[in-house]
Structure formats: structure tokens, C-alpha cells
Design a protein around this ligand. Structure first.
Ligand SMILES: [Zn+2]
Ligand SMILES: [Zn+2]
Length: 234
């Protein structure tokens, strides 16, 4: 069956996202748009994912994930089958942040929220920065923690694996590439990969309609992770 997904959405934890990207606002908008599954993938942190899962209840599937920025300034979406695995991955990743503090007046707020959209904290470290790990190390780490990595917005001129490395290392353990919404052409070397389109929404209105579909056996988190790990590549 085909399920509608948007697997790249930022919450108010990301300094660049709107402050009204709260757990309930995101979930309600996604439900309103008729999506079957979403992922809230904040920069270098998963601190709002639990609140999103709780806010969602059984209305929509939440894929635990985060968007990590490698040493080479490549954005990688990392997805996991369980919140606990994501947390352990995050706990490892945060040791490699550069330790600089966020300046919220300039870069924006980094709110941690609960499932009632209450602000329960704020991340002090600047999350919009690189962790001191390479693309290869991050992809392997995601796999080691039971997850899967997907290079983000590969068609963009910055913060993508193509813009930063110039190519996709052929031995990299990935099967899926993410393209931007309304993306144009796919260069030939990428045709061996499955393609996913996400919104990379930083505001509520940007969340996808029912327009990106995954073909899965069951509407389940396990099936979505399985698809991202090993889709039937055409
Ligand atoms: Zn990104
Ligand atoms: Zn993003």
C-alpha cells in the first residue's frame, strides 16, 4: 500500500524554525493534510521528538529522527525504529558538537517542549553547526545504533552531499537520497538510489500535502525504516 509521508520537518528546537512549530501544531497540521507518517528532524538534536510522539498518540506515525551536520557540512537525516535508539545516537553525537553557545537574538530560539507545547527548556549549545564526525562515520554510526541515514536535499547548492563532496562515495551505506520539494532534474549518477521528497519545513504551511508516497506492506514504523534501509531500487 502507498502511504503519504513527510520525513523532514523542523520544530521550534531548530533555531531557524518558527517558534510556533510546536509538537501539537506540527502533528495537527500533518493530520489535517492527511499524512500517514512524519519525522521531526531537528538540527543535531532529538530533544522534541518524544513530545511529538506523545502529541501524536495513534493519529499518525512519527519516525524518530534528526538531521545531523557532518564535519564536511553535509546534512544527513538519520532515522531509527525506536525513540530510545535515537536518544542513544543523539547522546553520542552531542559529544562532537563544537561547544559554542547559541545567540538566540541572532539565530533564533532552541525551545525544548513537552506534549502540551509548554516550553520546558532551551538548548544552550548552537545546534546549527557541524559535529566533528565525517559523513562516513555518521552513516556508520546511524547503522550501528540500528538506524539508517539519508543524505538530505541533495539537489541544493549548500549543505548537501553533492555540494560539499562533489559526489556520493560509492561504498557509503545508503540506498535513499532526499530531494527538495519541487526539485528539478536528477543527475545520472544518482539514478541507482531511491528518491524521496520532503518539505524540510521550517514553518507550518510548508509541510507536504499527500504528494510523497512510500510503497509498504503495512502502515508501520518498522515498514518505513525497512523501506529507507532497502527499498526496491528500480
Ligand atoms: Zn538541511
Ligand atoms: Zn532540515
Amino acid at each position: 500500500m502507498k502511504i503519504a509521508v513527510d520525513l523532514h520537518i523542523h520544530s521550534a528546537l531548530s533555531p531557524c524554525a518558527d517558534d510556533d512549530m510546536t509538537p501539537n501544531n506540527i502533528v495537527n497540521m500533518a493530520v489535517l493534510k492527511g499524512l500517514d507518517a512524519i519525522a521531526v528532524t531537528d538540527h543535531n538534536s532529538c530533544d522534541n521528538v518524544e513530545a511529538v510522539i506523545k502529541a501524536a498518540g495513534n493519529r499518525i506515525i512519527i519516525v524518530p529522527g534528526m538531521e545531523v551536520q557532518s564535519r564536511e557540512d553535509v546534512h544527513l537525516l538519520c532515522y531509527f525504529n525506536h525513540l530510545e535508539a535515537l536518544r542513544e545516537f543523539d547522546g553520542h553525537i552531542r559529544k562532537y558538537l563544537d561547544g559554542l553557545d547559541n545567540i538566540s537574538e541572532i539565530f533564533g530560539n532552541q525551545y525544548i517542549m513537552d506534549e502540551r507545547d509548554q516550553i520546558i527548556g532551551e538548548r544552550k549549545e548552537m545546534l546549527l553547526s557541524s559535529v566533528d564526525l565525517s559523513v562516513e562515520q555518521l552513516v556508520q554510526l546511524a547503522v550501528n545504533f540500528g538506524g539508517v541515514a539519508v543524505p538530505a536535499h541533495v539537489d541544493r547548492p549548500s549543505y548537501s552531499i553533492i555540494s560539499q563532496l562533489g559526489f556520493i562515495p560509492p561504498d557509503l551505506n545508503i540506498r535513499v537520497l532526499e530531494f527538495s520539494h519541487n526539485s528539478g532534474s536528477i543527475v545520472s549518477q544518482m539514478q541507482e538510489y531511491q528518491r524521496i521528497i520532503s518539505s524540510d519545513a521550517h514553518s507550518l504551511g510548508e509541510i507536504l500535502e499527500r504528494e510523497m508516497f512510500l510503497d509498504v506492506d503495512n502502515v508501520s514504523l518498522t515498514d518505513i525504516i525497512q523501506w529507507l534501509t532497502c527499498p526496491c531500487v528500480i
